[in-house]
Design a protein around this ligand. Structure first.
Ligand code: 5GP
Length: 210
């Protein structure tokens, strides 16, 4: 069976990544979303094990020491990390795994696994980004301002991503993302097992003829 494609989805806080990913999971069957661990406080309505595994700083640091994360990063004073076991298991089973993580983590994953697809989701402009953060109503003005500053820093790394998707119309955005990820199944970097088998078969034929 072919292995799944590992895709990192990043984007400014407020870009609508979460909504796009939810849409992708609802419309297509072959995706698995990795649930991260974090030390930040749960927001209203968030459940442990659904949005995140909520951990204390001590628990998180123990997991770092045990090499339990593919990557982890500090973001606005909290730790966030991707548990390794689930991702590897799902890829092995042929699922296309999605990681919704920020830029430092994205670059760490790409370094470890160069066949990872990096997708960046952005609103059409900065004003719309700020409106979406304010409209969400879950963050204090200080945190919104921190997140806008962070967005300015992150914009410097956008060109490290394989694809930039502008989240203007949600349905288009979901469709584009699905298409890009499915195309990646045909990438040479994704087809290692097939390539090895073909090479072996051709070598065997050469030897038989000789
Ligand atoms: P939030 O606090 O809004 O849920 O997430 C803040 C940021 O952390 C977002 O950009 C989100 O993509 C990122 N994030 C969530 N989980 C992880 C993770 O496991 N690793 C890293 N590096 N970033 C994460």
């Amino acid at each position: 069976m072919n292995k799944g494609v590992l895709t990192v989805v990043s984007g400014f806080s407020g870009a609508g990544k979460g909504t796009v990913i939810k849409g992708l999971l609802a419309e297509y069957k072959n995706y698995a979303l990795s649930i991260s661990a974090t030390t930040r406080q749960p927001r209203e309505g968030e459940q442990d094990g659904r949005e995140y595994f909520f951990k204390t700083k001590e628990e998180f640091e123990r997991m770092i020491a045990e090499d339990a994360f593919i990557e982890y990063a500090q973001y606005v004073e909290n730790y966030y990390g991707t548990p390794r076991a689930y991702v590897e298991e799902q890829l092995e089973q042929g699922k296309d795994v999605l990681l919704e993580i920020e830029i430092q983590g994205a670059l760490q994953v790409k370094k470890q696994r160069p066949d990872t697809l990096l997708i960046f989701i952005t609103p059409p402009n900065a004003e719309i980004l700020e409106q979406r953060l304010v409209g969400r109503g879950t963050e204090t003005p200080e945190v919104i301002s921190m997140r806008m500053n962070r967005a300015a820093e992150e914009a410097a790394y956008m060109d490290a991503y394989d694809y930039i998707i502008i989240n203007d119309r949600l349905e288009d955005c979901i469709g584009n993302m699905h298409q890009i990820i499915q195309s990646q199944h045909a990438a040479g970097s994704q087809q290692g097992d097939f390539i090895s088998r073909m090479q072996k078969e051709l070598e065997e034929r050469k030897e038989r003829k000789a």
